[in-house]
Design a protein around this ligand. Sequence first.
Ligand SMILES: Nc1ncnc2c1ncn2[C@@H]1O[C@H](COP(=O)(O)OP(=O)(O)O)[C@@H](O)[C@H]1O
Ligand SMILES: [Mg+2]
Length: 211
Amino acid sequence: MDGRRVILDDVGHSFDPTGDDMLFRHLTMTLWPKHVYALTGPSGSGKSTLLSIIAGWVRPVSGTVTRIDCGRVCWVLQNPHGVARRSAVDHVALPFIARGEDRRDAESHAMRLLRAFGLETLAYKPFRDLSGGEAQRLMLARGVASHAGLLLVDEPTAQLDLNTAATVNAYLNNLSMGGAIVVVATHDPRTRDACTDLIDLGDWQKERGHD
Ligand SMILES: Nc1ncnc2c1ncn2[C@@H]1O[C@H](COP(=O)(O)OP(=O)(O)O)[C@@H](O)[C@H]1O
Ligand SMILES: [Mg+2]
């Protein structure tokens, strides 16, 4: 994964068939592992769209996206989704078991990730007993466990109150511990500040609608 990166070259996108109303344009940058990129902009500015473009699910109307050594894509969405009766540690151990580890190794790897996201004392609690913030952190830990090369997180604190959101933001840095390229779409300034790098869509839409 030494060469892992995503190269965005002059990327622009529009859902308008005339192509006049560009959400963003001329976006040129390279994304690297070990960074946690905050992708910001107001609602409707194209954050989720750009995540899909980075993932390769949407083809931009202009420019190119080159993914080098990125492997699989993992999405973490704003609504935590788990199995009600299954324990927290099971949720994180499953991707390891799916890759062929025996249960003991998988659990010890899962416990390491639970610790990294502040969930070690909740390991054997069923998913349904976790609070909103705990469940969201579990989704982040599971995202790292997936060993995807690209970890795309869409609005992880959108459904949380300020205090709970802070408990999620405090752990965002650890999303890069598995070596993935991490991009977190957010309109929460505290989430933005918890990331290592900033992609502000506002910087790439200044000429919107003018030519
Ligand atoms: N598949 C689509 N077809 C048409 N318009 C879309 C589609 N997906 C998103 N849009 C529009 O593109 C704009 C950006 O959407 P989105 O990327 O979801 O923004 P954000 O995530 O920043 O809130 C919005 O105006 C949205 O309605
Ligand atoms: Mg969105």
